[in-house]
Design a protein around this ligand. Structure first.
Ligand code: RAM
Length: 875
């Protein structure tokens, strides 16, 4: 924190954009962060919107808010560029200077802006849907005048695309345009291509591939052509001249298509690239495309084209091999030391036609790749050499989940230099950090971060390696609070939640996963599932808590209501949701490996609990949105369901009908118990059950995120720590014995004897059980939001488990929040950082409260009772 007397404002941000270029909001809400002396508060702000034709400055607006403030001027029009600056004034009259500018640009905001047609190689009308379908290249030559002022490319595809102009790749997005509910919403991307153009002859070229649009997806063999059987490109290159006029080069029937060097590219199966078939110069002028084929126009309603609300998928890190073992003369086993999601780049040289085969796996068995957990995903890339010196290749249109690779036909030099794993995921800003004195807990936390990275690939997936990789609603429902602390995932999840709402069935049923694809008898047609469908009521609220974004609540409100209204229709007269198929406490370690839904907690107890909890959230949401009548309606229903829950599942003295950790944890955390004595009894029983279980885990997807918070909320934090620090199977730390670098799907994805769990659902990269990280942030380190967007902060450290210090930091909408506590022989020292614009306090383990000013403060409190608190020190 700065000691300057004058407040300083950083460049503002728009909506949740990390890169506000080609945005879809005509009136984006603005946020800014101020650094000011302790005690300073904003009383007024002024915003300047500089646009091409005018610079508008608002008057001083009397307002304390600095997060998601309404757009202050007339809405942006398509393609419009604006520069925004902010300044603020405090109660004492001190005003900041103008902030640095945010530069933003609108995309194409109206469907009439699109003149581009969706074009597809003509030959695709003759392709056999299940035959070999080689991905195409598309190209077009065009002329550019000398007076180019700027150029923009608006682009999307049926399938995946990569664009080149004059031989140069455009942008660095991977797997664009991403996976949305294509029939409702297809994202387009905007690129500044001014520098790609030159006066005179130019060429634009596109690679296309099957991707999610027509590639094979899903389990049990999966399905291809889920959205259509023809790939297509929609590209609109707009060149603005110095005199303000515009020339547009758009996809139409003048483009030409041919097969390229990619033989096949599947998200599950991998990519085959035959470099002998490359067409040098194909995306540059002067290339002879007379032998190329014509294209057809296919259908795409431009009204379904939407701008992204979150960042793209891209390569965020390169990882060199940690260990390389030669298995045979030309077969290498590469260990990257980290289970990750991405693809491998190789540099090789050898004769034309020689093939290098790269297979991927998360784990080894008997010194070889163990590919059984991949089920129907081949995850194999093949590169066929051109035969001309050193060749560097990386697949374009696939990603794999792996730590290990087997490379056959290796023809490279030093593998540590010539083999690289390229980590890919949605390129969100990191916003949360945690560390403590226990290295194992730190590794557990790192594993959570890695599982988040691997599964936030345009949509929140369950796993990144096998023939699944779906947007399972239950997984993100339990993980969203953790995710929203660690990364700024609002833009990405807001987009996905739009798709969830769009794919919600007419009766309100939320699909098990979104986008919804056929999934066999168990999942198709989807039926309402507690904990999964509840994503529509709970996750917007969780994101709102992290961001303060009421707009997201408003956008998802109907979807949330439709869900609870549906359940109200299914529940019995008393309010119990006691019928229908339920997954229960999925993957409870007591469930048989082949029946993960058969956990020990009554499935309908869980269903009714979730029903009440979602009703409560819908009532809160209605309250925030000012819908008072609905708030009352849902609150009354919530109270009724709570009563029904108590009569059905909670006996006299608080004993529950399911005597399980999950039952007690759910009842406590969803506030379903009648009174304080019942809560105390439930806490006691929960602690007894955890102790009786030898402090090993006895919970699945539903109970796991709740058990430690429920224990610490009822004064059994010590029990929670013992559970956290357990190393025997099943436990959070058990996986570390097997060198886990991500969170597993099953507590025992790897069995204690080192063999891979024989269950046919055994992922090593699944974030759901990592939701315990939320407890590390809020309770071990003690950083919590007491109001939406961290406008009010409570530091509530609860030391235990022999941990001598802990630290957490979060880049909140108001700025950086941090805590570090250290235990000393006689007391606890807490150093906190509180951003301008927020209030904060420390709630000590003994119940005392210290109010904090903004800035960085060190506070000390003795651990024994009755000793005075040392005064806080502000620095
Ligand atoms: C499996 C995965 C997924 C879970 C569903 C119910 O496919 O474990 O994470 O949500 O089942």
């Amino acid at each position: 924190m700065s000691h300057k007397r004058i407040p300083e404002v950083a460049a503002p941000t728009a909506e949740h954009h990390r890169e506000p270029f080609g945005i879809g909001e005509p009136a984006p809400r603005l946020s800014w962060k101020t650094t000011a002396p302790p005690g300073w508060t904003q009383q007024a702000y002024q915003i300047e919107v500089a646009r091409t034709d005018e610079a508008h400055r608002t008057d001083w607006v009397a307002c304390e808010e600095s997060v998601l403030v309404d757009w202050p001027h007339r809405p942006l029009t398509s393609r419009e560029h604006a520069e925004i600056r902010v300044r603020v004034r405090g109660a004492d009259g001190t005003a900041s200077d103008w902030s640095p500018a945010l530069r933003l640009e609108a995309g194409l905001l109206k469907s009439e802006d699109w003149t581009a047609h969706a074009i597809s190689p003509q030959w695709q009308s003759l392709e056999q849907p299940d035959g070999e379908r080689r991905p195409p290249l598309l190209r077009k030559d065009f002329l550019a005048r000398a007076d180019v002022q700027s150029a923009r490319l608006y682009v999307t595809a049926h399938g995946l695309y990569e664009i080149e102009i004059n031989g140069l790749r455009v942008g660095d997005h991977a797997l664009a345009p991403g996976w949305t509910s294509y029939d409702h919403r297809l994202r387009y991307q905007t690129h500044d291509v001014t520098k790609h153009l030159r006066t005179g002859d130019n060429t634009i070229g596109a690679w296309l591939a099957d991707g999610w649009y027509r590639g094979r997806l899903g389990f049990n063999g999966g399905h291809a052509n889920l959205y259509g059987d023809r790939l297509a490109l929609i590209a609109q290159l707009e060149v603005v001249h110095h005199d303000g006029t515009r020339t547009t080069i758009a996809t139409d029937t003048s483009w030409r298509a041919a097969h390229g060097p990619i033989v096949s590219a599947g998200l599950l199966d991998g990519e085959i690239h035959d470099a002998r078939d490359e067409r040098p110069g194909w995306s540059s002028p002067g290339f002879d495309d007379s032998g190329w084929s014509p294209v057809d126009i296919v259908t795409r309603d431009p009204a379904t084209l939407v701008a992204p609300t979150g960042p793209p998928v891209r390569c965020t890190e390169d990882i060199a091999p940690a260990r390389v073992t030669a298995l045979d003369a030309d077969r290498l086993l590469v260990d990257f030391g980290q289970n990750l999601v991405g693809r491998i780049r190789i540099t090789v040289s050898g004769p034309a036609g020689h093939t290098v085969v790269i297979r991927h796996a998360e784990v080894l068995q008997d010194g070889e790749l163990c590919v059984r957990p991949l089920r129907g995903a081949l995850s194999t890339d093949r590169y066929v050499l051109r035969g001309e010196g050193s060749e560097t290749w990386e697949p374009r249109f696939t990603l794999h989940g792996f730590r290990y690779a087997e490379i056959t036909g290796w023809r490279g030099g030093d593998p540590h230099r010539d083999i690289t794993a390229r980590v890919h995921h949605t390129d969100m800003a990191r916003t949360g950090w945690f560390a403590c004195s226990n290295e194992q807990v730190n590794r557990l936390h790192e594993n959570v971060v890695w599982s988040l990275r691997g599964n936030f690939v345009d949509l929140p997936t369950d796993c990144p390696q096998r023939d699944e990789r779906l947007g399972w609603t239950g997984d993100i429902q339990v993980f969203a609070p953790t995710a929203a602390f660690l990364y700024d995932c609002h833009g990405m999840l807001a987009s996905w939640l739009r798709d969830v709402a769009a794919e919600q069935h007419d009766d309100g049923t939320v699909p098990w996963y979104v986008p919804e694809i056929p999934g066999g008898e168990q999942w198709t047609p989807a039926s309402p599932g507690a904990g999964w469908g509840d994503v529509v009521a709970l996750t917007p609220w969780d994101l709102y808590q992290a961001s303060g974004d009421t707009g997201l609540l408003a956008a998802q409100y109907d979807s949330a209501r439709r869900w609870v209204d549906l359940v109200t229709g299914i529940a019995d007269e008393s309010g119990l949701w006691n019928r229908g198929y339920q997954l229960g406490d999925w993957l409870d370690p007591f469930a048989p490996p082949d029946d993960p839904g058969a956990g020990r907690t009554d499935r309908h107890l869980i269903a009714t609990a979730y029903y009440a909890w979602s009703l409560r959230h819908v009532a809160w949401t209605a309250g925030v949105l000012g819908c008072d009548e609905e708030r009352r309606h849902y609150q009354e229903l919530a109270d009724r369901v709570r009563q029904a829950f108590v009569s059905e599942y909670v006996g006299p003295g608080g004993a529950m009908t399911s005597d399980t950790q999950t039952a007690y944890a759910v009842a406590l955390q969803f506030d379903l118990l009648p009174d304080a004595p019942a809560r105390a009894a439930a806490g006691r029983r929960l602690a007894e059950l955890v102790a009786a279980g030898g402090h090993t885990i006895q919970t699945g997807f539903i109970g796991t995120p709740l058990v430690a918070p429920a224990l610490s909320a009822t004064d059994y934090a010590d029990t929670a720590y013992t559970l956290l620090l357990q190393q025997e199977c099943p436990s959070w730390l058990y996986a570390l014995k097997h060198d886990a670098t991500t969170i597993w799907e099953r507590w025992d994805s790897m069995l204690p004897d080192g063999s891979v769990n024989p269950g046919e659902m055994t992922s090593f990269n699944h974030y759901a059980l990592g939701a315990v990280a939320e407890w590390l942030h809020t309770t071990v380190a003690g950083l919590t939001a007491a109001s939406p967007g961290y406008r009010d902060i409570v530091f509530r450290p609860r030391p235990g488990g022999g941990i001598t210090w802990a630290h957490a930091a979060h880049e909140s909408p108001y700025g950086r929040i941090a805590i570090r506590w250290d235990l000393h022989a006689s007391g606890i020292e807490v150093r906190t950082t509180v951003p301008t614009g927020t209030t904060a306090r420390i709630e000590w383990p003994d119940g005392a409260v210290t109010t904090l000013a903004t800035g960085t403060t060190t506070t000390w409190r003795p651990l024994g009772p009755g000793r005075p608190v040392a005064p806080s020190r502000h620095d």
